[in-house]
Structure formats: structure tokens, C-alpha cells
Design a binder for this molecule. Structure first.
Ligand code: ADP
Length: 596
């Protein structure tokens, strides 16, 4: 952009410097609009100064010459050339100043700030609707099959915000390696010191990461510039979260909410790089809050692990199955299992035979831990114990995939894994119209055709929703959950029903496999822990172990409810409402339609 024209950023800000809420960014045709301030090829402030000076000098000149005419009794309408020029200059500068300052002034009088705390979101909602109404995927890949989209106009070069962040980051420079470190780097490059042993050898995790990083750059000939090294506690991940670190990645965290859930407000942290996702979830939270909030119920809470064991015959495999399922043996088995932890408590064992092989799916409560380690330890205890009564049992693997961890599997969808939660809300009809910009009938129809029928046709497994995994992933990343468990944690069926004579909307999400914890894994890292703290569920709950993890699971479900509402509404507003109008179906009295 030329010097003298207003920069892209300036176009997106008000005079007070307040950002103009990105609105302009999405309205492609505004980008070529010529502004009054583009009149001169000069910087904005000089252009303004020129027109100000011109305006006041011609006013002064005209007033003086008219005063002189009045004094000398000369008729006012007789004007000379210099007066004509002055009048033209007056009109030009007046138009410029009115165009530049006048419109904002008038708008500031008309658009008084609202007392509604959500009112400020309205511009963003416009954006969400515009975005969702089809330019780029928001929340999920949209149903392009319904309407063929016009090609996306290539965007204006984005204001260079990202490099600025890195400029600031780069200020925390890593000092050049010391002579001693240089020697170690060379040894790592030569292969005489294994990279993985640096932490143990040096006893300084940060230094180990720095040396490994430098060695890696030299070996690969590739720069890691942009991947931050400084500003992270490498001790905190040792032996727990990540091996052989060379830095860390940054993911922005946005806040959706407040989400009113079970009478409490939650500000939901979402780590994502998908534009529009947080704003969209935020809109869903707004609709829920204005309708009185959502409520959730925990249906089940149990982490699972299923080892596979093999016998010489199917008969022997079946014998162990009957042994495990005999209520008389349950007490002994659970006692053995529960020795593994104060928090792990066996609930059930479900067995499946495949030929000579037996799969035993152990389910146990795990307090505030997500529980994979805990349940695995308990299972190991039981396997060791069983070996006494079944010495011919061959333990093939502690996990036989009947668990089922991090893979799409019907067993989780049907039986549940982790926390099974149902979350519901009644959204008032006027909120559906005002906040979600659609109507109850359109939402119910879309849900039936998309989330239920469409998913059935697709042969979905737990995917009877619009974009549950978007919200689950973002909350998981922010709160230190295992992101790979997004697979089964995103199993969700979204239901929508018109209630109160079709005026209001009942919406619910049922999620049988939300696998979350507030202790262990990535939850203890500083930034993830801060996000858990924001939700009031940081760490172990000492009074009632398990309460924090269960609360987190209901927040995940509540956030998914908000996300579902918003994206479904955007799709309904963009597609279905229009087609309803076109075919006038909303006016048809279906009760009069009967077969001949
Ligand atoms: P996971 O089983 O989710 O992989 P870990 O086994 O790594 O998690 O972490 C759980 C650890 O935290 C266990 O050692 C457990 O004893 C401890 N812990 C402390 N308080 C709690 C609690 N309230 N709930 C569950 N575990 C807890």
C-alpha cells in the first residue's frame, strides 16, 4: 500500500483507536472503496491539515470580503474571480471534512453503547454469519454440496501481525553456546553422545534442549527459527510429557463464554488456530445464557483397559470369561485391582471371546485423573493374580484394543469410556431469532437431515453432530488433556426438538466418552494448569476426589452444546431459511395435507 493512503489497519479502527471489529475484513467489496482521505497522495494527517487550513482560510477570506462589501454598499451577489475560487475551495474542503469527520460523529450519536453485556458481540455475530454463510469453513467443512459457492476472492495482504509476535519473541535471544556446550554439540552431531541422554548427563533440562536443538540444526541443515526455546520450564515435562524437546509450539487461547451451566458461569478456554471457532462458540454461550443456562447430568464415570489373553482352546478362554463374570469372584478381583491406587476403584469387567482369545474390558473410577495409567496398573495386578488359577493363560498384551483408546470404536459409543455426559438447554424462540438469526423449525429440520439422517447415511460412528470435535480439541489443548483422545471424546449425538407449541427449542448433546482429568499428564504444565484454574478445576479435589474431572467433563459437554447451536444456526440461516422462503413451506398448514 502506498504511503499516503490509509493503511489496512487504520481502515479497521475508529478514530479513538478502537478496533472496528473486523467487520470490514470480510466484506470484500469494501476493500476497493476510495475514501475522501485518499484524495491527495500524502499521509493522512497532512491531508487533513491541508483541508483544515484551506477551509478556515477561505472562510476568513470570504467573510472579510463580504464585510468590506457591506461597508461600501456593494451588492453581495457581484463576485470577482478570487471570490469564485474561494467559494469553490470552501465547498471542496467542506465536503472533504464532512466526509471524513461527519459520518463518524453522526454514528457516534446514533449508536449509543448498550447496557447489554452481550450487545458488543453483535458485530462479531455478523461476521460469524457471513463466515458461516459460506466463504471459509467455520467450525467444520461446510455442506458445499447444498449450494455451489462462488470462488473466494483472494484476500488483501494481511496486516503483518504474526511477524510482530515473533519479533517480540525473538527479543528473548538464546545466547551463543559456551565453549563447553560447543564441545557437547559436536559430540551429539558426531553421534558419540546420544541426544536422548542429554538431560541425564547434564542434569539441566533447558541446557539439554538448547544443545539438542543446535545439534539438530547442524545435522539437518535446517533452521528452527520461529520455534521458541526460551520461556518454558523443561523440567516440568521430564519423564512425563515429552522426550527430547527442542522447543515448544505456541497456540493462541481464546475465551468463550461465560457459559451458564448448572447455575454456574464458566469462561471456557479454547486453544485453536481455527478462526471463527471461539467466536462461534461464544455466540452459542450467549444464546444459552439468555435462555436461562444449560444443565448437564453425568451418566457414568469409568476409564477402561482391556488386555488380550490367549489359551490353547476356546473352551479355556470361555472358562476364564465365566470366572470373571461370576459375582462371587468380583470381590476378590476388585480387591486385587484396587491395590494399585487410592483412587482407582473397579466397577465392572466385560468379557468378549474370539476363538481361543479372551478380551477383558475393565472399567474403573479414577478420581480426578483421566486414568489410563491407573487402570493399566490395576489390570496388571489382576493379570498377575489370575496367572495362579489360570497358569495356561498367555498374556498377549495389556491392551487388546477392546478398551478402546484413541480409535473410533462402537464399544465406546455404546458402553461409554471416561465420563458419559448429557447436556441440555431450552433456547427461547426469540433468542433463536435474535441471537442465532434463524428459527426453531429450520434448526430442527436441519438437525434431523444433517446430524441424524446425513450421519446415518455416512455410516457415522458417534458422529451424529455438526462439529463436536472442534470444541473438544480446543478445550483439550487448552486444559492439558490428551489431544489424541479427541477421537472418542468427540462422540456426540446432537438432538433438537421444537417444544412449547413449536415456539422454543430443546437442544441436547449426549457424549458417552469424554476422557478428561485434572491431574497427571499435561494438566500440570503451567499454561494448561492456568486454564484449568480459570475453570475452577485445577488439580486434585481433596474433599471429593473426582469432582474436578467430572466438572471439566460437563464444561466440555456444555461448550459442545454452545458450538453445536451456533454452527447449526449459521448453516440454517445461510441455507435452509432461504429455501424455506423460496418454497414457502413455512406457510403450509401440514395438518390439512392428507392422502387421497
Ligand atoms: P492417568 O492415570 O490419568 O494417566 P496418572 O496416573 O499419571 O494419570 O496420575 C494420577 C496420579 O495422581 C496418581 O499417582 C494418583 O495417585 C495421583 N492423584 C492425586 N490426587 C488424585 C485425585 N484426586 N484423583 C486421581 N489421582 C490423584
Amino acid at each position: 500500500m502506498e504511503v499516503g493512503k490509509r493503511s489496512a489497519m487504520e481502515q479497521y479502527t475508529t478514530k479513538s483507536g478502537k478496533p472496528l471489529k473486523m467487520k470490514v475484513k470480510f466484506v470484500d467489496d469494501e476493500k476497493d472503496v476510495v475514501k475522501a482521505s485518499d484524495a491527495l497522495p500524502l499521509p493522512l494527517y497532512i491531508t487533513n491539515a491541508v483541508f483544515f487550513a484551506l477551509f478556515f482560510s477561505v472562510v476568513y477570506f470570504l467573510l472579510t470580503s463580504w464585510r468590506e462589501k457591506i461597508r461600501t454598499n456593494t451588492p453581495l451577489h457581484i463576485i470577482n474571480l478570487s471570490e469564485i475560487v474561494a467559494i469553490l475551495a470552501f465547498v471542496a474542503s467542506f465536503i472533504y471534512l464532512l466526509g471524513f469527520f461527519g459520518i463518524d460523529f453522526v454514528q457516534s450519536l446514533i449508536l449509543q453503547p448498550s447496557n447489554d453485556i452481550w450487545a458488543a458481540d453483535d458485530d462479531e455475530e455478523e461476521i460469524i454469519l457471513k463466515e458461516d454463510a459460506r466463504k471459509v469453513p467455520c467450525g467444520q467443512a461446510l455442506d458445499f454440496s447444498i449450494t455451489k459457492m462462488a470462488p473466494i476472492a483472494s484476500p488483501e495482504p494481511a496486516p503483518k501481525v504474526a511477524p510482530k509476535v515473533f519479533e517480540e519473541k525473538a527479543m528473548i535471544e538464546t545466547p551463543p553456546p559456551t565453549e563447553e556446550d560447543e564441545g557437547i554439540i559436536k559430540a551429539v552431531v558426531a553421534g558419540t553422545i546420544p541426544s536422548y541422554s542429554l538431560e541425564t548427563k547434564l542434569g539441566d533440562c533447558k541446557r539439554a534442549a538448547s544443545i539438542r536443538r543446535e545439534a539438530l540444526q547442524r545435522v539437518t541443515g535446517k533452521s528452527l527459527e520461529g520455534l521458541p526455546l526460551e520461556g518454558f520450564d523443561y523440567e516440568s515435562i521430564l519423564g512425563q510429557c515429552c522426550e527430547m524437546p527442542v522447543g515448544y509450539i505456541t497456540i493462541p487461547v481464546g475465551i468463550a463464554g461465560p457459559l451458564m451451566l448448572n447455575g454456574r458461569e464458566f469462561s471456557v478456554p479454547m486453544a485453536t488456530t481455527e478462526g471463527c471457532l471461539v467466536a462461534s462458540t461464544n455466540r452459542g454461550c450467549k444464546a444459552i445464557n439468555l435462555s436461562g443456562g444449560a444443565s448437564s447430568v453425568l451418566l457414568k464415570d469409568g476409564m477402561t483397559r482391556a488386555p488380550v489373553v490367549r489359551f490353547n482352546s476356546a473352551k479355556r478362554a470361555a472358562e476364564l470369561k465365566f470366572f470373571m463374570e461370576d459375582p462371587e469372584n468380583y470381590e476378590t478381583i476388585s480387591m486385587v485391582f484396587n491395590k494399585s491406587s487410592r483412587f482407582g476403584r473397579l466397577q465392572t469387567v466385560k468379557c468378549a471371546v474370539a476363538g481361543k482369545n479372551l478380551y477383558m474390558r475393565f472399567t474403573c473410577s479414577t478420581g480426578d485423573a483421566m486414568g489410563m495409567n491407573m487402570v493399566s496398573k490395576g489390570v496388571q495386578n489382576v493379570l498377575d493374580f489370575l496367572q495362579n488359577d489360570f497358569p495356561d493363560m498367555d498374556v498377549i498384551g495389556i491392551s487388546g484394543n477392546y478398551c478402546s483408546d484413541k480409535k473410533p470404536a462402537a464399544v465406546n459409543w455404546i458402553e461409554g469410556r471416561g465420563k458419559s455426559v448429557v447436556c441440555e438447554a431450552v433456547i427461547k424462540g426469540d433468542i433463536v431469532t435474535k441471537v442465532l438469526k434463524t428459527n426453531v423449525a429450520a434448526l430442527v429440520e436441519l438437525n434431523m437431515l444433517k446430524n441424524l439422517t446425513g450421519s446415518a447415511i455416512a455410516g457415522a460412528l458417534g458422529g451424529f453432530n455438526a462439529h463436536a470435535s472442534n470444541i473438544v480439541s480446543a478445550v483439550y489443548l487448552a486444559t492439558g488433556q490428551d489431544p489424541a483422545q479427541n477421537i472418542e471424546s468427540s462422540h456426540c449425538i446432537t438432538m433438537m426438538e421444537a417444544i412449547n407449541d413449536g415456539k422454543d427449542l430443546h437442544v441436547s448433546v449426549t457424549m458417552p466418552s469424554i476422557e478428561v482429568g485434572t491431574v497427571g499428564g499435561g494438566t500440570q504444565l503451567a499454561s494448561q494448569s492456568a486454564c484449568l484454574n480459570l475453570l475452577g478445576v485445577k488439580g486434585a479435589n481433596r474433599e471429593a476426589p473426582g469432582t474436578n474431572a467430572r466438572q471439566l467433563a460437563s464444561v466440555v459437554a456444555g461448550s459442545v452444546l454452545a458450538g453445536e447451536l451456533s454452527l447449526m444456526s449459521a448453516i440454517a440461516a445461510g441455507q435452509l431459511v432461504k429455501s424455506h422462503m423460496k418454497y414457502n413451506r413455512s406457510n403450509k398448514d401440514v395438518t390439512t395435507v392428507t392422502s387421497a
